[in-house]
Ligand binder design. Structure first.
Ligand code: XIL
Length: 440
């Protein structure tokens, strides 16, 4: 026996080393045909592919990613017509390899602008640095250059972020609105659609979640107008920066999703977190976490029940790295994983809703039997294809991922000598983007 130990180690090691023994949100999300995503911040670029908790939590749970800051204007075009693609390239390459989509955030916003643009305002008022014509060509160049580079790599774009004032239902007088005029909004969508006709294009804002609110209704009316002018817009992004005990109106959100659906538009959840008052958390953390889990459960249920809400993204995933305590210091604990990357009750409430839903939709079995051949040998499963496989994952029926390979080859060997006799699910993402699922 002793002499077989190294061999045994060699066979079992890949399963343990690459194994994802935790549950996986994206396993069920893929079955339900919904995108579950997270924002990733600066730490992502130090952690990816390290196999550490940060990396594995992202890899295992999310099928769409968005950069928290790294694809904003100041990061991507720090000086006029001089672009920095480094981080966006890293994020899109990682997403491609691991079979995830990317949301681009964002192309036009009043905030996080580089000084060469924000210098065009003095005390918030346009100071004549730019004419309408020059600012239009700057904006068009920014959108066209970035979107063209990421065709097929970024599937959704926040073309326009936060164009509405907090109150009054009016348009924010950003530099774009002041120098170009209100028609900058139609223009950015037209330029974006020309740059990448395959991308989904969104107008994204906060405080617009609940039907009946002044800002929510203003956005709905504005977007209806865009639709009637045939502006190419896919839908709206509802940021959903929520508080556990406060601004949470399920029926208002449901009504909002439905009225956008009636216009033929998506209404998706783009920056969700459910923050908790620190003093409430200290008083009774169990109660707060369970209330938070119920908020998250109701929100994912709304998306599952509304056909135009098939993207559900949180603004970060671990309480270790969240913008909330920096932005609103009285609050924290807003995300799905705690500071040790342990899943919180909110995580399990989402997982459970997805698992229940996936029973309804069922699993599509392989339909192109000739594309992939699976052989079960004594101690391994051999997967063979004419095309190269970008990512190969093996799951058990509970959705635990037992093996993953991202070797980009046409033959994958999965050690199987410690697998029980049971039903397993093989999921392949081919290099050509096709997803193949086989139960055996
Ligand atoms: C936030 C980031 O999370 C912070 O790190 C940054 O300092 C400020 O911006 N709405 C948006 C996001 O559209 O871009 C914001 O992100 C959060 C609010």
């Amino acid at each position: 026996m002793k002499k077989h130990l190294p061999l045994l180690f060699f066979l079992i090691f890949p399963i343990i080393a690459f194994g994802q023994w935790t549950q996986s949100l994206s396993y069920y999300a893929d079955k339900c045909n919904i995108k579950i995503g997270t924002a990733v911040g600066g730490v992502f670029y130090n952690n990816y592919d390290t196999g550490n908790a940060y990396d594995l939590t992202v890899k295992n749970n999310f099928n769409i990613l968005v950069a928290e800051n790294e694809m904003k204007w100041d990061a991507m075009e720090p000086s006029n017509n001089s672009f920095n693609f480094t981080k966006a390239d890293q994020l899109t390459a990682y997403a491609f390899r691991t079979g995830k989509q990317v949301r681009g955030h964002n192309l036009c916003w009043h905030s996080q602008l580089p000084s060469w643009i924000s210098n065009g305002l003095t005390n918030g008022i346009a100071n004549g640095t730019f004419t309408r014509t020059t600012l239009m060509s700057i904006l068009k160049n920014h959108i066209t250059t970035i979107m063209t580079r990421y065709i097929g790599k970024v599937q959704q774009w926040d073309v326009l972020n936060e164009p509405f004032n907090d109150s009054g239902g009016t348009l924010r007088n950003s530099i774009w609105q002041q120098v170009i005029g209100n028609d900058y909004i139609d223009s950015v969508f037209v330029w974006a659609h020309r740059a990448d006709p395959t991308a989904k294009l969104y107008l994204n804002d906060y405080g617009v979640e609940f039907s009946g609110g002044t800002k929510a209704d203003a956005m709905y009316n504005y977007v209806s107008g865009m639709k009637s002018r045939n502006i190419p817009i896919t839908g709206v992004g509802l940021q959903c920066h929520f508080t556990v005990s406060g601004n949470f109106n399920v029926s208002g959100l449901d009504a909002n999703l439905k009225r956008y659906n009636a216009l033929g538009l998506e209404a998706i959840i783009t920056e969700l977190e459910v923050k908790i008052l620190k003093t409430d958390y200290t008083a009774n953390s169990t109660l707060q976490l369970s209330n938070q889990a119920e908020c998250y459960r109701r929100l994912i249920r709304l998306c599952l029940d509304n056909p135009n809400c098939k993207t559900f993204m949180t603004w970060g995933f671990t309480d270790l790295y969240s913008w909330i305590p920096g932005f609103t210091p009285a609050y924290d604990y807003s995300l799905l994983f705690d500071t040790n990357y342990a899943p919180k009750p909110a995580y399990f409430s989402i997982l459970n809703e997805l698992a229940v839903e996936s029973q309804k939709t069922g699993l599509n079995d392989i339909n192109d039997a000739d594309i992939v051949k699976i052989q079960k040998l004594d101690n391994r499963i051999v997967v063979n294809s004419d095309n190269r496989i970008a990512r190969c994952q093996l799951f058990d029926v509970q959705g635990k991922c037992l093996f993953v390979s991202e070797s980009h080859s046409s033959t994958i060997e999965i050690p199987s000598n410690n697998l029980q006799q049971a039903i397993y699910i093989l999921k392949l993402r081919m290099e050509n983007g096709k997803i193949i699922v086989k139960k055996f």
